[in-house]
Design a protein around this ligand. Sequence first.
Ligand code: NAD
Length: 429
Amino acid sequence: MSESLLADAGQRLEHALKYTSISDDAVETLKFPHTSLTVSIPVRMDNGSLKVFQGYRVRYDDTRGPGKGGVRYHPNVSLDEVQSLAFWMTFKCAALNLPFGGAKGGITVNPKELSRMELERLSRGYVDAIADFIGPDVDILAPDVYTNAMIMGWMMDQYSIIKRQICPAVVTGKPVSMGGSLGRDTATAMGAFFVIESTLPKFDRTAQTTTVAIQGFGNAGAILADLLFQAGYKVVAVSDSQGGIYAKNGLDIPSIRQFKDSCRGIKAIYCDNTVCHTAADEVLTNAELLALDVDILVPAALENQITAANAGDIKARLIYEVANGPITSAADRILNEKGIYVFPDILVNAGGVTVSYFEWVQNRSGLYWTLEEINQRLKLRIVEEAELIWSIARDLSIDLRTAAYVHSLNRLGEAISAKGTRDYYLNHH
Ligand code: NAD
């Protein structure tokens, strides 16, 4: 990801603005990130040397509530990338009507090169550096690429040490034993599943008559594959970074998950002489998976997977984006021309941030919900917002991504305008 990501995000905003009547003030407000913080984090390494890492925290907009967004540890993290991700979070939180603005954080680091103790010192050092910039009512952290529940626990602990009081609501995605929410680990896949289930009847389809291919078999992709399998969908192909497997009559997802956990990867499952040998008919590449003739394609791996170069090969009728930014805006245009429906990331993968919101609510109220309550509340909210986005797309004859942005912009615009607009100041005395 690079500068082009923020530019790409900006292009989508420009396009969606054509279909809203939000005030000039709102447009002006959303042009730039509200606040961007760059910090240097000194870390004592295990070999005794001192190393300084670059870290970032960006609040893009907080009109609708405190900032909310994950922290990414990756060698490619840059201020530009963090700003782009904070932009996405702003629209995702507004799309789901969560009382949050959009934020994001990151450290430029390859965490795989650190020892566990170095990783802990880095994570606590990051919180030391940004402590004045975050808080349960200011900006709330969460996990993202290469950060997990344990790291969130360290961050919460460090913030609590600084504040001299226990502050669970400053970080979500914590271990359940430290105030984390039940269902947070499955929330993204669960949210995507609810969106698929609630929108499929619009295409006169049922689970039993629907084939699915899923790119990416990690936290989001593998759990979604399982939920779809259990509901009777024919999941014909799945893949990971090494490649994929295909079976015309559907894969046995539970056994693939079990073997993926115990062996090297999906492709190895097929190649090994195991029970999984019978699970697949064919091995295929990720490029082949994306071009399969299936009803539903789910990109659940990385950004920029469907570009102008391969969008023409896509044969799926429906795409549900579980990954963030898997389709470029140039590819969007090609898919739209082909009549392919793309359910966008800011809706489909918003189950994660929605259950993060539930975690924050539970931390602040001190009352903890059951898994059933959490999934029920998630379903209610995400299905309702999917329906609203569908109606906007239908009423304005626009694609679903633009409709999702319009939906978010309307909410953001309303909040920004509530403080007064040019018309208000010039026309009312
Ligand atoms: P993960 O690291 O658990 O899994 C990623 C999967 O993608 C792995 O199976 C990996 O092997 C596979 N992969 C990597 N490179 C690939 C390639 N070139 N082709 C095919 N597969 C490849 O990550 P995750 O948490 O499942 O996240 C996946 C996507 O979903 C990301 O874009 C992430 O931003 C998005 N997302 C995740 C969550 C969440 O709560 N986990 C929430 C919102 C969005």
